[in-house]
Design a protein. Structure first.
Length: 127
């Protein structure tokens, strides 16, 4: 059985306040799509200082290369819909080191997506 890698995904935008109903709908749509395509989503909410809302981090439990590929494509597509969107992914690599990268809709960086895919892919495959 392949090991499961937990990846925390957090979202931000320059367009809306964190407690904006429109932003919350957009983030909920991302969560729904990730859950539908990977089946491995849990959510953690934390209060946002100075607002009435909470920030919701998505925790993905990626255990197959198919789930990883789906996640990368969903993230790329979601960011591409609005250049003000930002996604930060955080995970612990195979050496126990916390890894993090941030992508925005303005600079969807193939190199960062490749680094995420390769690091997590090695862990899933047990290499």
């Amino acid at each position: 059985m392949s090991p499961t890698v937990e990846v925390a995904i957090s979202t931000e935008t320059a367009k809306y306040a964190p407690d904006s109903p429109q932003w919350q709908r957009e983030v909920a749509a991302l969560h729904t799509e990730l859950h539908r395509e990977t089946g491995a989503v849990t959510m953690e909410s934390t209060p946002v200082p100075g607002t009435k809302g909470t920030a919701v981090d998505v925790i993905l439990a990626l255990g197959t290369s198919g789930a990883l590929v789906a996640t990368v494509e969903i993230v790329r597509s979601w960011l591409g819909r609005d250049k003000t969107r930002t996604i930060t992914a955080t995970w612990t690599d195979e050496d126990g080191k916390e890894r993090r990268f941030t992508l925005t809709g303005e600079n969807i960086d193939q190199q960062s997506l490749t680094a995420l895919s390769e690091s997590i892919g090695r862990m899933i495959e047990g290499r």
